[in-house]
Design a protein around this ligand. Structure first.
Ligand code: ATP
Ligand code: SKM
Ligand code: MG
Length: 188
């Protein structure tokens, strides 16, 4: 028997699926697995920006600053969303940009991945390449970002918890909500 980890989903998506949410919530890891189950390509906006600019995100922030990064991020997301259905993991701040969010709302199904503060602190501690967490106490920064950004993330079409446990449990929760959303048009 094919293990459930790799068993494809019977769901057919007709629009890109865009994952939004804070740093460390699992957009990249969960997104990659979701795409594989849906048998569609996976893209990570942060990786695409790094490829286009030929530098790491942290270097981009240092060289050009955050407003230029947000502009590049919007362009990269616009290019990706004009292609066929796929799963796209966005950078943690992408959905905060009004133009980027309007684009995502128009062209894709957006999914807010949620986790509590403790888990975000634990997961982001595994990698220290996130420029916004470099200057100060990561817990305090994440707590403030969570407060500030949650009302905007809540504008996504769906919200799914990405809590402790196997990644695939989160993937399966997304697939279930997507199936209902596609059938009914909306299901928060
Ligand atoms: N559902 C999950 N269960 C357990 N661990 C997870 C889960 N999702 C992600 N992780 C772990 O948390 C870490 C951060 O995940 P990931 O890099 O996918 O987050 P991200 O949302 O893409 O962050 P960023 O916005 O900084 O790119 C990884 O080490 C990953 O393995
Ligand atoms: O939350 C944010 O604003 C960011 C998250 C990362 O994915 C990167 O896009 C960048 O470090 C900014
Ligand atoms: Mg990521």
């Amino acid at each position: 028997m094919i293990p459930s980890l790799t068993r494809p989903s019977s769901l057919r998506i007709n629009r890109p699926i865009v994952l939004v949410g804070l740093m460390g919530v699992g957009k990249t890891t969960v997104g990659r697995r979701l795409a594989s189950k849906l048998r569609v390509p996976f893209y990570d906006a942060d990786e695409e920006i790094e490829k286009a600019a030929n530098m790491r995100i942290s270097e981009f922030f240092e060289t050009y600053g955050e407003p230029a990064f947000r502009d590049g991020e919007r362009k990269v997301i616009e290019r990706l969303l004009s292609g066929p259905p796929h799963v796209l993991a966005t950078g943690g701040g992408a959905f905060m940009n009004d133009e980027t969010r309007a684009l995502v709302k128009e062209k894709a199904i957006s999914v807010w991945l949620r986790a509590d503060l403790d888990l975000l602190v634990k997961r982001t501690a595994l990698r220290n390449t996130r420029p916004l967490l470099q200057n100060g106490d990561p817990r305090e920064i994440l707590e403030n970002l969570l407060k500030e950004r949650a009302p905007t993330y809540a504008k996504a079409d769906l919200a799914v918890d990405s809590m402790e446990g196997p990644h695939n449990r989160t993937v399966d929760r997304i697939l279930k909500k997507l199936a209902v959303f596609q059938r009914r048009g909306s299901n928060k």
